[in-house]
Design a protein. Structure first.
Length: 183
């Protein structure tokens, strides 16, 4: 873990000196320097004191970089196609187990010729247009502002039944990385 670098980055961003941290925590400057250069690992109790002095949650100091906030700028979104290459899929973000996508359905386009199933849970929000969603024996026509969700292990299918492109925001939760193939 790279806790020391995280502490140093936060301290510098907040314009706090090592001397100020030491005054607030009772730690020596030499010890703090070793912590910040990852030459020593502080106890949880010491980390809690440092977190309090920095005014950050202790849990934040313990997070790995890949578990922290991940930003995807609009012009940096990964774009793929799906559903016989007719659906434009913009990948908005991805964290452990949760993926968010903005899917554009041209008129008449669907997630495939037949319903499909995969691991996970899905939540959909119709941003624009009119879609028809079907899962098992359940089906519904949904318009702008409507939302729906389902357990994705039951075969499901979504189709744009409007005359204009439909835009659907989809969030997918899976417990494993193998659940990534959702469309």
């Amino acid at each position: 873990m790279d806790i020391g670098s995280t502490i140093r980055t936060i301290r510098k961003r907040k314009n706090i000196t090592i001397a100020q941290i030491c005054e607030a925590t009772g730690l020596s400057q030499g010890f703090m320097s070793q912590v910040e250069t990852n030459k020593t690992s502080p106890s949880i109790s010491t980390l809690e004191n440092i977190a309090n002095a920095l005014d950050v949650p202790l849990a934040y100091l313990l997070l790995k970089k890949e578990d922290r906030m991940n930003i995807v700028r609009k012009d940096q979104r990964k774009i793929t196609t799906s559903g016989s290459e007719t659906l434009k899929v913009e990948h908005l973000s991805s964290t452990k187990g949760v993926k968010m996508m903005l899917v554009e359905f041209p008129p008449g386009a669907s997630t495939g010729d037949t319903p499909h199933a995969h691991e996970g849970e899905e939540v959909h929000v119709v941003i624009r247009g009119t879609v028809f969603a079907e899962q098992g024996e359940d089906s519904a026509e949904l318009r702008e502002g409507d939302s729906f969700s389902w357990n994705a292990c039951i075969p499901h299918w979504v189709k744009n039944i409007g005359e204009e492109p439909a835009l659907v925001l989809i969030a997918v939760y899976t417990e494993t990385e193998q659940g990534a193939d959702i469309l």
